[in-house]
Design a protein around this ligand. Structure first.
Ligand code: IVH
Length: 669
């Protein structure tokens, strides 16, 4: 094949893979293979620049800078949207729509993600990208075409024939992973990190040098059209389908909802998926689906009457840092906790947030009295992202690191190789004992109802609890317990039977409950499944532990050391003597998934990943975190990336959620 034909083939092939990746969400090749194609094309073009066409995918890395942006007048104005905060305002919108239409029947809406980026209008003339412009004041924006050409998901040429002129509208966003990556690099280079992905995206689109835009690795998702010579569809949902066929990335979360009840349900679902989406959203956009009806409803100067933005509460907020407290965890690690002036963020009022470790604290340079940015996304623990330096008061001092344990006053040790301070007083430090007990009785471990944080603290104080075995000696203190205020006879009975019952918990939960460093629930089940009983885990040497799939050197040595310690051996024996007998985990040879290893990847919509993993384990299989030649099945949801590619490379069977569900006995999930 001559060079020119090869270049043309590569251009087509790369564009095809771009489409599979960004639009279809179904890559056929791995990132490495894609890079190979891309580099080959770059090389051909370098050797013979006459083969470099303006629409070559290599040109997406940016063009030489301009000294200003031209203005661009939108053919159809880019309107804004009215907001609805809460269900009441949403209902009012639905009522307004029905009233204007003079109908009682439920209206059909399309509920879409409200992407948190900057809006973009792309003009295509006879199928070719002519201009890309920012929103500006809604009538006139800035022509940022060279920048837009570096954005993933903006096609140069449409895949289906749409003649004449069409304005395609959508949002440019920065993915969370890219944001984190770029910020890490910026901090390393001593640059100020970006405040949030939206700022980073909008700053990126407004670079005069498009090579700088390219470095921001932005993405585009489409949500509608402006002016359009052709009538493409009768409904908003069909329009989105047409645009997808033409090569635009359209998010698949958009769902048709008839009536307010269905809308509210979908909004809740979207709110739940918010933390696991690859980019930030700040709400749900609700649009009347029928386009003729949209026209009947019309627009005000501000925005259409047929659409509304249902806003979620912000995931980030500003507040003041009142104090930094040092807290001791169950393994003795001492971590800084921020005490904040209460602030409403991510749907709850937050007054404490984590600062991770002392390294993090000094990197973020957060000081008492500072105005700080707090983030709470989904159910994750709120964290302090950083301080607003401009608002820092004079004399604010760098917080001092503790030298002694804040609870037992033992001199702290700085662990080599870890960014952690540790209280070495394992046996005597009250804070560690309390945290260990709390972990042991927690839901994911021995699950002892009635023994929460407060009870543990109280019983510790009264000397009724001191270590894990003491939990099983509580029954000898029945009368004493009944005598305590708010404990009554019934609640003591309930507590004691919950304790009795916990003696038969499965081995994996027991191992998890021991609170061995680095042994989370997944590692605990790996150990339980591999060894089958406690004695075998206890006797396994380093090499044997390392041979367990999913266990690396760090975990293996920690586990081995833990079981070797005399104190721990004595404690385990005491638990066994008291009747704790962790039930054997189901052996590998039983269950429909016996001997099969599953990996879940991508966003799973039909079930929680943890529930699916538990189902696999319960049926005798194994749920692993990474794909290898030992993997039997990869269950891939949308957005699956490198793991899916690896599976394809290794020829591992790939299932979608539906197929996986089909393998389970009725009613498992
Ligand atoms: S439709 C006439 N759909 O939200 C309708 N907008 O607050 C105009 N946005 O400027 C917009 N996701 O930048 C629409 N699925 C979505 C959206 C969306 C994000 C942004 C858009 C707009 C702003 C209005």
């Amino acid at each position: 094949m001559d060079k020119s034909a090869r270049a043309a083939f590569l251009r087509r092939e790369i564009e095809r893979h771009n489409r599979l990746y960004y639009v279809e969400d179904a890559p056929e090749i791995s990132d490495a293979e894609y890079d190979r194609l891309f580099r080959e094309l770059q090389q051909i073009e370098e050797e013979d620049p006459s083969l470099r066409t303006p629409d070559s995918p290599t040109q997406r890395v940016g063009a030489p800078p301009v000294d200003h942006f031209e203005t661009h007048r939108h053919l159809e104005p880019m309107l804004s949207l009215d907001n609805a905060f809460g269900e009441e305002e949403l209902r009012a919108f639905d009522q307004r729509v029905k009233k204007a239409l003079e109908q009682d029947d439920d209206v059909e809406y399309l509920a879409e993600l409200k992407l948190d980026g900057l809006s973009m209008s792309l003009t295509y003339v006879d199928g070719l990208l002519a201009t890309a412009a920012t929103r500006g004041d809604g009538t006139t924006g800035e022509n940022v075409t060279p920048n837009a050409k570096t954005v993933r998901g903006i096609p140069y040429r449409l895949d289906t024939e749409i003649l004449g002129t069409i304005e395609v509208r959508g949002e440019v966003v920065m993915h969370k992973s890219v944001f984190e990556d770029l910020n890490r690099l910026r901090v390393e280079r001593g640059d100020q990190p970006f405040v949030n992905p939206r700022n980073a995206a909008s700053g990126g689109m407004r670079q005069l040098d498009s090579r700088m835009t390219a470095e921001r690795r932005l993405n585009f998702y489409c949500y509608g059209t402006g002016a359009c010579d052709e009538t493409l569809a009768d409904t908003q949902s069909a329009l989105m389908q047409r645009l997808k066929e033409a090569g635009f990335p359209v998010r698949k979360e958009g769902a048709l909802c008839r009536g307010i009840g269905a809308l509210e349900k979908r909004i809740k679902e979207i709110e739940q998926m918010r933390p696991s989406l690859p980019f930030g959203i700040d709400g749900v956009v609700i649009k009347v689906n029928d386009i003729a009806t949209q026209k009947r409803l019309g627009s005000t100067a501000r925005g259409p009457r047929w659409a509304i933005a249902y806003k979620f509460s912000a995931e980030q907020a500003f507040t003041v840092l009142d104090a930094i407290e040092w807290q001791v965890g169950r393994t003795g690690v001492v971590t800084p906790v921020a005490h904040l002036q209460p602030v409403f963020v991510g749907g709850v009022t937050v007054s404490r947030a984590t600062l991770h470790n002392f390294d993090d604290l000094s990197k973020k340079d957060v000081r008492v009295g500072d105005t700080v940015i707090v983030q709470r996304a989904g159910d994750v623990i709120p964290e302090v992202l950083g301080a607003v330096k401009d608002k820092r008061k004079k004399g604010a001092r760098v917080p001092a690191l503790p030298t002694r344990c804040p609870v037992c006053k033992t001199t702290l040790v700085e662990e080599e190789g870890y960014v952690a301070l540790r209280c070495p007083n394992r046996k005597g430090c009250e804070a560690q004992i309390q945290a260990k007990l709390e972990h042991f009785v927690s839901r994911g471990a021995m699950d002892i109802e009635g023994l929460g944080e407060k009870q543990v603290a109280r019983f510790l104080e009264l000397g009724l609890l001191s270590d894990l075995p003491s939990i099983y000696r509580l029954k000898g203190h029945r009368d004493e317990l009944i005598g305590l205020d708010r404990m009554g006879e019934q609640s003591v009975s309930n507590l004691l039977s919950a304790i009795e019952e916990s003696k038969q918990r499965p081995l994996d939960r027991f191992v998890f409950g021991l609170g061995i460093r680095y042994v989370g629930d997944r590692t605990a089940s790996d150990l339980a499944r591999e060894f089958g009983d406690l004695a075998s885990i206890q006797d396994a040497d380093y090499e044997r532990l390392l041979a367990v799939e999913g266990i690396g050197p760090k975990v293996a040595s920690e586990v081995q050391e833990w079981f070797e310690l005399e104190d721990n051996r004595v404690m385990l024996q005491a638990l066994l003597d008291l009747g704790v007998s962790p039930a054997q985990t189901e052996a590998r040879s039983e269950g429909v998934f016996a001997g099969k290893t599953f990996v879940f990847t991508g966003k799973l919509e039909r079930f929680e990943r943890s529930a699916a993993e538990r189902a696999v384990t319960a049926l005798g299989g194994k749920a692993a975190g990474s794909v290898s030649k030992n993997t039997d099945y990869v269950v891939a949801g949308p957005g699956a990336g490198s793991k899916l590619a690896k599976a394809e490379q290794l020829g591992v069977a790939v299932l979608d959620e539906e197929e996986f569900l089909g393998m389970l006995p009725e009613g498992t999930l």
